[in-house]
Write a protein that binds this ligand. Structure first.
Ligand code: NDP
Length: 295
């Protein structure tokens, strides 16, 4: 029987554990603070930012929300980031992407103090990840690795295929799998026989942004499938619904385990953001995160 990996339950448990970690810090007079910056009024980003704020407070941390107009200039945004970098109450900074076109994303990402870069996108943290050193790791791939470790235990030696090579999901996912001693292939839009590459995977991670592109006949029997995709499509009844990059109906008949959409990787992203905020807070206060964070 195919195992359905319940990311929602895992994330709920992780958030409970983090609430305990936060109360340990609060007892020492340290309340972790997360600043989230939203530029513009993209509806999906507004929902994400609201949820991040709610879950931050629910875990016992401080949430600082900065909502800026979509006409904000790059220098105005950089000025705010400089203030947040200098603010001792702010331990983590997240700038919600995408940004309006007048703002260069990389300039903003690399303006965040790497010690407060809870998204793990700063070049410093990218370098740490790629040299196998401890640092802040992008939330979505971190959530995927946690689900994989929980389900499979040791990942050593497994053949992993990551479809997608974005800086926020595909590449860091591949680095984390390599760190876990997997043999990793990164596939993308120029990959020659994508289906064939996928069929070799013991662990198949889909981060493409194409609804239900990966079908059951691309999945190796018994493989573990992690579907990062979140795509809104028109349902039969005219209402929209969310689907992943994997066709769940066919893939779940072949896979050994699979994450559903919704309820798989999605809930892990915010839980890992809270985890990264606690980790950043510990390091900024000279506390070994390993003594505070859940395993
Ligand atoms: P990007 O658009 O940045 O990257 C998509 C990647 O998929 C690219 O590397 C692209 O290749 C590759 N790709 C596109 N089409 C094909 C194809 N036909 N065959 C093979 N590869 C292809 O997306 P993101 O990485 O930001 O996001 C991927 C998905 O994950 C999206 O559905 C997004 O909504 C979701 N997501 C979910 C999150 C969560 O919390 N669960 C968080 C972040 C993202 P190339 O580089 O060659 O163009």
């Amino acid at each position: 029987m195919t195992h359905i990996i319940d990311g929602k339950a895992f994330a709920t448990h992780l958030r409970e554990q983090l609430t305990t970690s936060v109360s340990t810090l609060v007892k020492q007079g340290i309340t972790p603070g997360l600043a989230v910056v939203l530029v513009g009024d993209d509806p999906a980003s507004q929902v994400y930012v609201r949820n991040k704020g709610k879950q931050t407070v629910a875990a016992g941390m401080q949430s600082f929300e900065h909502r800026l107009a979509d006409t904000t200039s790059q220098s105005e945004l950089l000025e705010l980031i400089a203030k947040l970098n200098a603010d001792p109450d702010v331990n983590g900074i997240l700038v919600q992407l995408p940004l309006p076109e007048q703002i260069e994303e990389s300039a903003v990402i690399n303006a965040v103090d790497p010690a407060k870069d809870v998204d793990g996108f700063h070049l410093h943290n990218v370098g740490l990840l790629n040299t196998g050193s401890p640092g802040l790791v992008p939330c979505t791939p971190l959530g995927c690795i946690m689900l994989l470790r929980d389900h499979l235990g040791d990942l050593s030696g497994a053949r992993a295929v990551v479809v997608g090579r974005s800086n926020i999901v595909g590449k860091p996912m591949a680095s984390l799998l390599l760190k876990e001693n997997c043999t990793v292939t990164i596939a993308h839009s120029r990959t020659r026989d994508l289906a064939d590459e996928c069929r070799n995977a013991d662990i198949l991670v889909a981060a493409v942004g194409r609804p239900e592109m990966i079908t059951g006949d691309w999945v190796k029997p018994g493989a573990t499938v992690i579907d990062v995709g979140i795509n809104r499509i028109e349902g039969d009844n005219g209402k929209s619904r969310l689907v992943g990059d994997v066709e769940f109906e066919t893939a779940s008949k072949v896979a050994g385990a699979i994450t559903p959409v919704p309820g798989g990787v999605g809930p892990m992203t915010i839980a890992c953001l809270l985890r990264n905020t606690v980790e950043a807070t510990c390091r900024q206060n000279g506390i070994d995160p390993g003594t505070i964070l859940p395993d």
